[in-house]
Design a protein around this ligand. Sequence first.
Ligand code: NDP
Ligand code: 2IT
Length: 453
Amino acid sequence: MNRAARNEIETFMHGLERRNPGEPEFQQAVREVAETLIPFTLDHSEYRNAQILERMTEPDRAIIFRVTWQDDSGQIRANRAWRVQFNNSIGPYKGGMRFHPSVTLSVLKFLGFEQIFKNSLTGLPMGGAKGGSNFNPKGKSDNEIMRFCQSLMTGLHRYIGDDIDVPAGDIGVGAREISYLFGQYKRLENRFNGILTGKGLEFGGSLVRTEATGYGAIYFMENMLNYRGDSVAGKIATVSGSGNVALYAIEKLNHFGATVVTASDSGGFIHDPAGIDAEKLAWLKDLKEHRRGRISEYADHFGCEYHEGERPWRVPCELAVPCATQNELSGEDARTLIGQGVVSVSEGANMPTELDGVNAFRSAGVLFAPAKAANAGGVAVSGLEQSQNALRISWSREEVNERLRTIMGDIHGKCVQYGTEYGATKGSVDYVAGANIGGFIKVADAMLAYGAV
Ligand code: NDP
Ligand code: 2IT
């Protein structure tokens, strides 16, 4: 990178950090984008002259509201909730809701910002947003979850709509929470329409939405490997997390003939060298989706190792798929994986790799799929759910899965196109640059067309 580009990045980041103090996750997500986009915009003065990146890093609005609810003992509790509506240049706002005690405005701004690029990459008409609450669902009864979701929707319903903003799930928000949220919306507005995605199949949900993020991350990985004349088949894989994304990433890795040797939760990770096969995965799904148990129980049940308080990245593997949360794979972890011969990494979670790790993978020539490309399958099938709701029809499992595969293949194609032309590493695909530039152009061109709005 030349000196002019480096200066421009530092000037831009200095301004962003000054305007957004105390928001480390947001600053991190923007820096990763700025490092590849600013050199690109230096060659495309129309974007610079219109201040596109400055405008894109400022949300359209952020709504902050109190959620008051009553716990089972009758105690009144209050949490904070947000909806960050970041950019609706190419379609209604779209993005998940996260319930986790670590949720802050910074976390939701990083997620909403990433969502702009991800949604653009899918090729579907969706803007970027994210929301959530610092509510901790762990240990709460179903009735407490219901009361919390109802109260949250009472605060949120006036700001969303099928052509305004369409939330979905994320960490801590799955089928149960979406059902409670939708039930309350329907009651408040007396309307049955597609204002949330990830709904139950009985009330407008799409087949394959549950599987979409995990499956999509592995379709993308298979695309990268195929492009290099290789494949997932026969390789050892490590996966982190054991939630929605991780479970279906493991399932698709198994379908493609890999052996998955780890899974984790916030307590630690299990190492099963024989592989989490279909039978063990069915047990794990029941543990996590229905019994809401801990990953350590897998080790007790199947007699393998459990490493408390640790992450799986020192286990030797050829494929690594982080599917838990942001910054769960450090620069040191990346170097350990590279040293042990990792071939490909696909980010199922959002920003799971620290910037230092991203750059280590890129310079080592690892096939590294950044989250905004790799995990776009979830929101893509959300987009397909919106289309089915608008048409008042339901497509078959095969139809949705085929569309998902095609979309992931198309995203891969965009990354190859832009990541070859503008990548830092000549002669190979820079998927980070490809995803950032490929996602940026459509949104930026729409913003240019609108003029100063
Ligand atoms: P779930 O709530 O279903 O599962 C989250 C998993 O990650 C759990 O195993 C959880 O462990 C673990 N985890 C969460 N927070 C932490 C933490 N701070 N430290 C360690 N482990 C943690 O969420 P999802 O599977 O839906 O989401 C996982 C990731 O994928 C997130 O980054 C999310 O943004 C991203 N994503 C999700 C999409 C979706 O469609 N659901 C779409 C695209 C991206 P524990 O149960 O112990 O907390
Ligand atoms: O991070 C994400 O892309 C999601 N949590 C899914 C968003 C959606 O609207 O389906």
